[in-house]
Design a protein around this ligand. Structure first.
Ligand SMILES: *Cc1c(COP(=O)(O)O)cnc(C)c1O
Length: 386
């Protein structure tokens, strides 16, 4: 089964470009809201780093999600898209002063703090403005996610977060500082997680930590479990919307929320991954000694995931119904890693055929670069094109 695209409308367009199916994005957002709203106190934020295209941000803001930012630039992009600052959270191991000041000036909801030196700087900068910054501590729960090694973040060896054994001392430290207010705990164990057991392990760890804090009479208002829910890269047509029910139900069932506590989520990939495709044109079919290459005009400058993480993306020839042949689908960049897929089954391709690289809505357009002096790809929505 192939995806459906307005191929006639694409015909005149300069390639490569990202195409976003807004109907699917809106259906995904509806599913998130429906499932999260089954549970009291669940608040969903969108991890802006997955895709900061203004048209995508606008749709997500309109659906009522908050914004999870990891840089000052993302805070600016979120504010520009109309996210209220009261719904903006800001995480990151290396926040620079201007970024912290931007958050303070806009009274964002919360800084997710990853070290004591950072806490001290936020306190100092807030003091200079006569403000009190709300802070949550990002703890490293030492929970492994069964995903690619480069995208696990919750192991003790990773650079992220504060070690669990330091939890109480950082909370005590915060209580001594007058310009920060401790409001919560933050976690994020990794990305592209499809095994609910990984999220269960995180819930168990948080339950232990909460018991520990309770013994010291420390109250936590907000628990933030980060994001990480994966998508089905193999079957974007069959499974266009991730199983949000299983995801939220896992937390509802396993995590022991205390009276009045709010549970925050920061979903990135699961929100935007499936709605985006990279559309590229076949330049040449090259017959190699042992195989055929389908050389396209997109490269890893447009979509780096295959080169960076050996990520799989389903690839379709959307201009042909001819018999299937196997091709290595490669880009024009002068690097051997510029390969989108090896021995990919495509309907027979020829020069000019449009190729869709699917499930590219997350960590696609936003990670594009200009290596080889290439142009950045543009992003178009189905609202604009149809
Ligand atoms: C990247 C990131 C997310 C989103 O991750 P996804 O796998 O795209 O859901 C959420 N929270 C933090 C802190 C992150 O760094």
């Amino acid at each position: 089964m192939k995806g459906t695209f307005p191929v006639d409308r694409f015909a005149q367009m300069r390639t490569p470009f990202y195409y976003y199916d807004m109907e699917l994005l809106r259906a995904t957002l509806d599913a998130i809201k429906k499932e999260a709203n089954q549970h009291e106190g669940f608040v969903v934020h969108y991890a802006v780093k997955a895709n900061a295209n203004p048209k995508i941000l606008l749709a997500i803001r309109q659906a009522g999600l908050g914004a999870d930012c990891v840089s000052g630039g993302e805070i600016e992009a979120s504010l520009k898209a109309g996210f209220p600052s009261s719904k903006i959270v800001y995480a990151g191991v290396g926040k620079s002063d201007w970024e912290i000041n931007l958050g303070l000036d806009n009274d964002i909801f919360c800084f997710n703090v990853e070290s004591i030196p950072e806490l001290e700087v936020i306190n100092e900068l807030a003091a200079a403005k006569g403000k009190v910054a709300r802070v949550a501590f990002r703890l490293n729960p030492n929970v492994g996610a069964h995903t690619h090694a480069n995208i696990t973040t919750g192991l003790a060896e990773n650079k992220f977060g504060i070690a669990m054994r330091d939890m109480e001392s950082v909370i005590a430290e915060a209580s001594k500082l007058h310009h920060v207010k401790f409001v919560g705990l933050h976690f994020h164990i990794g990305s592209q997680i499809l095994d609910m057991g990984d999220f269960q392990a995180l819930c168990n760890r948080i339950n232990e930590l909460q018991d520990q804090l309770e013994r010291h009479h420390i109250r936590v208002e907000h628990i933030n479990v980060g994001g990480g829910l994966g998508i089905d890269y193999q079957h974007p047509n069959r499974v266009p919307i991730p199983d949000f029910k299983a995801y939220f139900d896992t937390y509802a069932k396993r995590l022991k929320l205390r009276q009045g506590q709010t549970l925050h989520f920061e979903l990135g990939r699961a929100v935007v991954g499936q709605c985006g495709s990279l559309i590229t044109r076949t330049l040449y079919i090259k017959e190699g000694a042992t195989k055929k290459f389908c050389i396209v005009d997109a490269g890893f400058t447009d979509l780096i995931r295959p080169a960076l993480y050996q990520a799989y993306h389903k690839i379709e020839n959307i201009c042909s119904d001819e018999p299937i042949e196997a091709y290595d689908v490669v880009g024009p960049i002068c690097e051997s890693t510029d390969v989108f897929g090896k021995q990919v089954d495509l309907n027979r391709a020829q020069r000019g055929h449009l190729i869709a690289i699917r499930s590219a809505g997350a960590y696609g357009e936003i990670m594009a670069s200009q290596y080889n002096c290439r142009k950045l790809p543009q992003g178009f929505t189905s609202d604009e094109i149809i």
